[in-house]
Design a binder for this molecule. Structure first.
Ligand SMILES: *Cc1c(COP(=O)(O)O)cnc(C)c1O
Length: 232
């Protein structure tokens, strides 16, 4: 397919996606403006990213630190989210340049990010990834480990925990919905426990991908991470 075809196909996909998001928000009695779309570009090239920017998208996500750094440098007029598994020796690739780091899942990583942010003289916004599927294969802290991680975070002034993130399992609609509902309930509990702690904002819920974003909107998602539905 030619460039023009690719560009118009991506623009159409984005339009359809935004329409679906708006309808789902309305059905849930929510304002679509409270739901941000992060385009996950890990599987596509620069031309597709440019097409999505031209079509109006302003937030992108990558799950590998090297590709994150390259793309953030190439397309630095849009916001970049780091959404992948974190290795502490690679955090230089995204701390300070990521609008939001979605996938913090251990005290070691949290402290490493805080230290790097301190060196750079900035505050890094991040989310804690929670394993709501209770699957050993999934990344994220278990729900009962979350409070102790937030206890650590509240004493680290160079990080700001903006909320929670989860990846739902490939499972029945009911099971996926339970994961999203669990994340929302956990978020509400934590917001109560840490009300007034300035670096624990906790309002964001990053959940929902191409196959399950409608359910995620229903359960309160504020950030959707979507790849395939945009690039297909
Ligand atoms: C790839 C990826 C996505 C996007 O998934 P799609 O099914 O392509 O929409 C979202 N979140 C994470 C963490 C990913 O790795």
């Amino acid at each position: 397919m030619g460039n023009a075809d690719t560009n118009s196909r991506i623009a159409l996909n984005i339009h359809e996606l935004q329409t679906a998001i708006a309808k789902a928000a309305e059905r849930a009695g929510r304002d679509a403006k409270d739901i941000r779309l992060v385009a996950v570009s890990k599987t596509v090239g620069d031309q597709q990213i440019q097409a999505a920017i031209t079509a109006g998208l302003k937030e992108f996500g990558e799950n590998r630190s090297k590709q994150f750094a390259e793309r953030q440098a190439s397309f630095n007029d849009v916001a970049w989210h780091f959404i992948g598994r974190i290795q502490t020796n690679k955090i230089k690739d995204f701390v300070g340049t990521a609008a939001l780091v979605h996938s913090v899942a251990s005290e070691r990583v949290l402290r490493a990010i805080a230290k790097r942010a301190e060196q750079l003289g900035l505050i890094q916004s991040l989310l804690i990834e929670v394993n709501t599927a209770h699957e050993a294969s999934k990344d994220g802290v278990s729900p009962h480990e979350l409070p102790s991680l937030l206890e650590v975070a509240q004493d680290l002034p160079t990080v700001r925990v903006q909320g929670l993130m989860t990846v739902a399992p490939i499972a029945s609609e009911l099971e996926v919905q339970r994961c999203f509902a669990d994340l929302r309930e956990l978020s509400e509990q934590m917001q109560q426990s840490y009300a007034g702690v300035t670096n624990l904002a906790l309002a964001e819920l990053s959940m929902g991908m191409s196959d399950d974003f409608l359910l995620a909107i229903r359960e309160g998602a504020t950030i959707l991470r979507i790849g395939r539905s945009i690039w297909r």
